[in-house]
Design a protein around this ligand. Structure first.
Ligand SMILES: Cc1cc2nc3c(=O)[nH]c(=O)nc-3n(C[C@H](O)[C@H](O)[C@H](O)COP(=O)(O)O)c2cc1C
Ligand code: SF4
Length: 418
């Protein structure tokens, strides 16, 4: 008589083993990646933001990350974006309490939008490494004076102290995707001739100051993750070799883990997330006016497609794995249990996911119960609406027919690529 094939236990495997990142231990190796929720009002958290992260925590995640908090007012892009200041600490504390009650840990992404800031929100002309015009925002940009940089770097430390007061277990510094730290790192946006421009050593100096302030404020009990680019995504930006040097420098400075991503919002936005941007959906939610007209008619040129495939950053991330010793977090195109196990099997300490958890906040529990893949179709509606609406997945919305048709077309295109 032949033995029956044992049913594989979905709750075993690398995903459901604990992992330690600096002073922090997670119950499993899944992290909800920083993905802008747009659930703030007046730049302060709302109950909706609390309820979304509580649902991800109840859904089994190891740690969930609140996205995209500006460390000071000049770093703001949107009215529905979080701005770290003492008044928001009690509301953030309610969120971390809910996350902890569900057994997960809480992280917050801290950054500064630099040339992506909006004058009305930032209360000043947007600032960056160098003076110029950001076509994507679109806005004039003022190059920061060297004397302004220490105070800006200190605001990272101040934001970390507020994160601790609010009960967070970790902070994630945003040093990628073409935001302020990344604008200093990239030769595309940094044309300075002083100690902060020119060579890579100089271009890393502002990042070093921000990380030193962060680590000092984090002390011995708050984990510090840094999200970086492995490349910017175009020839005049940062390439892999330089990004490897940035990663080594962050290891030397004492970051507890790096999150490996790529792309540059003002030049190669879909490099970050891959697939196509549903332009009609994006312009639909914009206020009427010139920018909406521009987005509708020139969006395809401004936001070109980049092909999606599952685990699209894995090959490049492996180069970083081989070169570095500190814990590394993989992010980019994870939607199935088999790929998650493959990535963890390659030596990454943890995985981050955004869209899988926008589509199914309880995706981790589903994996534990034996499900193999989430239902995300990568039509990217969630990305299209994030600039003006709160985060939502099109699978949970009733949409006007024209948007529905656009997304169905995108879904067919993505399905054909699989
Ligand atoms: C709606 C949406 C908003 C995002 N906002 C942010 C953000 O605020 N900060 C960030 O670092 N990345 C952001 N991302 C990128 C994700 O964190 C992640 O790097 C990317 O989506 C790839 O992961 P995924 O394939 O699991 O979605 C966002 C992604 C999505 C879909
Ligand atoms: S809107 Fe589309 S891409 Fe975004 S989470 Fe939902 S299914 Fe995935």
């Amino acid at each position: 008589m032949t033995e029956p094939t044992p049913t594989p236990d979905a709750s075993s495997g690398l995903l459901f083993t604990p992992v330690t990142l600096g002073p922090l231990t997670l119950r499993n190796r899944s992290i909800r990646s920083a993905a802008f929720e747009g659930m703030c009002q007046g730049n302060a958290p709302t109950p909706m933001l609390r309820d979304y992260h509580a649902s991800v925590a109840r859904g089994g995640i190891g740690m969930t990350t609140l996205a995209y908090a500006a460390v000071c007012r000049s770093g703001l892009s949107f009215p529905h974006q979080l701005w770290m200041r003492p008044e928001v600490v009690p509301a953030l504390r309610e969120i971390t309490d809910e996350i902890h009650r569900a057994g997960a840990k809480a992280s917050i992404q801290l950054g500064h939008c630099g040339n992506m800031s909006k004058p009305a929100m930032a209360g000043c002309t947007p600032v960056s490494a160098s003076t110029g015009f950001n076509l994507y925002s679109p806005t004039f940009v003022r190059g920061l004076r060297a004397g302004e940089l220490p105070a800006l770097a200190r605001s990272f430390g101040e934001a970390v102290r507020m994160a601790r007061d609010a009960g967070f277990d970790a902070v994630e510094i945003h040093a990628g995707h073409g935001y302020l730290i990344s604008q200093f790192l990239s030769p595309y946006t940094n044309h300075r001739r002083d100690a902060y421009g020119g060579t890579l050593e100089n271009r890393m100096r502002f990042m070093q100051m921000c990380i030193e302030n962060t680590l000092e404020a984090a002390g011995s009990d708050l984990a510090v993750l840094v999200k970086i680019n492995m490349h910017d995504g175009f020839s005049s930006g940062m390439q892999t070799a330089d990004c490897l040097r940035v990663a080594s420098e962050l290891e030397r400075l004492g970051a507890h883990a790096l999150v490996l991503s790529a792309g540059f919002v003002s030049r190669a936005p879909m490099e970050v997330m891959r697939g196509s941007m549903p332009i009609r959906s994006m312009s639909y939610y914009m206020k009427r006016g010139l920018f909406r007209f521009f987005a509708r008619h020139f969006g395809r040129i401004l936001v070109p497609d980049r092909p999606f495939c599952e685990g699209y950053f894995l090959d490049e991330a492996l180069q970083f794995r081989r070169a570095l010793r500190l814990p590394l977090v993989y992010v980019g195109g994870l939607v199935s249990r088999s790929k998650i196990e493959e990535v963890l099997g390659c030596g990454f300490e943890a995985v981050q996911m955004a869209r899988a958890l926008i589509c199914e906040p309880d995706f981790i529990n589903r994996l534990r119960q034996g499900e193999e893949r989430c239902a995300c179709t990568h039509a990217n509606y969630c990305i299209a609406r994030m600039y003006s609406q709160e985060m939502a997945c099109h699978r949970h919305c009733t949409l006007p027919p024209a948007l529905q048709r656009e997304l169905e077309r995108a879904e067919r295109k993505e399905a054909g690529r699989r």
